[in-house]
Design a protein around this ligand. Structure first.
Ligand code: IPM
Ligand code: MN
Length: 367
């Protein structure tokens, strides 16, 4: 039995509806295992700009810092995308949140699910048994480097990619530790044939590899990695990479799982841990109850495992998710022909967890 405070930041677009399903599932877990989760809601993104003028208000930051874990939905609103003159943009809230909470490591597990093999645009033979995890650096690189902006006459624009040894080293240790518990391979993805920052990454990561003798380190250029993720994804165990490359490669890798809507992620800092689906706010379908809640639900599972020290509870959620896929209880992004709504998928998974409790109470064990 545990009592934990979870900060909930539903955000924009489909964020609130998928987050609601993750909470439904967390409540089922709480009832089944006798835990108490206290949810503290807070504003972020366009929703926060509308109310406070700031896409990541200080109050939200404080709610996050005080919580045991943060569950986040999505950010982004077309009214800002189509307005290049907008001074504040929802995405600034996401970057500010990552920076202010020090969320330097973004962990994105990529798996293929047997019931969905036939739904992937990739051949089954390529995606069978894919199970790798991307460690994407999240608070450095070109996303944050200075100087950035426009020349005085407005005819040039520039961004700066900067990395320090310390920024590279702290996430690299996490990646090597993860590989030690998995298949024992780290692939550092970079562009060391062109970029000075990539050459520093190689130097630092090579030194760190010395401390992890049981882990094999390989280097791969990002253009080659982009190809290999599609042609031979089972090659990978742990991919370690910088911010922008990690952003691009994980969207690409979602094709292996079957839908971007399926993928969860964890963003880990020195103190705070935040969990979010990797998909965006998908405004086109917001409010229609058709978005895939599995990315949010699997993010809740990651939260139980990585922040709340509850691996058994995480496993029960994953088992329920597998079951929903096997039964075809999935949203239209996965199965356009026989599809279920966002809330029906959430309901099925929550019910499965409740039922599990009933099934198991006779034997007095859970899973
Ligand atoms: C992500 C998103 C963000 C990013 C955007 C919305 C700023 O694509 O979390 O992957 O680029 O990091
Ligand atoms: Mn992205």
């Amino acid at each position: 039995m545990m009592k934990k405070v979870i900060a909930v930041l539903p955000g924009d677009g489909i964020g609130p509806e998928v987050t609601a399903q993750a909470i439904k599932v967390l409540n089922a877990v709480a009832e089944t295992f006798g835990h108490e989760f206290i949810y503290e809601n807070a504003l972020i993104g366009a929703a926060a700009i509308d109310e406070t003028g700031d896409p990541f208000p200080l109050e939200t930051e404080n709610v996050c810092k005080k919580a045991h874990a943060v569950l986040f939905g999505a950010i982004g609103d077309p009214k800002y995308d189509n307005n290049p003159a907008a001074k504040v943009r929802p995405e600034q809230g996401l970057l500010k949140m990552r920076a202010n909470l020090g969320l330097f490591a973004n962990v994105r597990p990529i798996k293929s699910y047997p019931p969905l093999y036939s739904k992937s645009p990739l051949k089954t033979s390529r995606i069978e048994n894919v199970d790798f995890v991307v460690y994407r650096e999240l608070t450095g690189g070109i996303y944050f480097g200075n100087p950035r902006g426009r020349s005085e006459d407005g005819n040039q624009a520039f961004d700066t990619c900067v990395y320090s040894r310390e920024e590279i080293s702290r996430i690299s240790h996490m990646a090597f530790e993860a590989a030690g518990k998995r298949k024992g391979k780290v692939t550092l993805v970079d562009k060391a044939n062109v970029l000075a920052t990539s050459r520093l990454w190689r130097e630092v990561v090579k030194e760190i590899a010395e401390e992890y003798k049981e882990v094999n380190l390989e280097f791969m250029f990002v253009d080659n990695a982009a190809m290999k993720i599609i042609t031979q994804p089972s090659h990978f165990d742990v991919i370690l990479t910088e911010n922008l490359f990690g952003d691009i490669l994980t969207d690409e890798a979602s094709v292996i799982a079957g839908s971007l809507g399926l993928l969860p992620s964890a963003s880990i800092g020195h103190k705070t841990k935040l969990f979010e689906p990797i998909h965006g706010s998908y405004p086109e379908v917001a409010g229609k109850n058709i978005a895939n809640p599995l990315g949010a639900i699997l993010s809740a599972a990651l939260m139980l495992e990585l922040a709340l020290n509850a691996p058994v509870e995480a496993r029960v959620i994953r088992e329920a998710v597998n079951h929903s896929m096997a039964k075809g209880i999935v949203t239209q992004d996965i199965d356009p022909v026989s599809s279920y709504s966002t809330s029906e998928v959430g309901e099925f998974i929550a019910d499965f967890i409740h039922k599990k409790q009933m099934d198991d109470s006779s034997s007095m064990t859970i899973i």
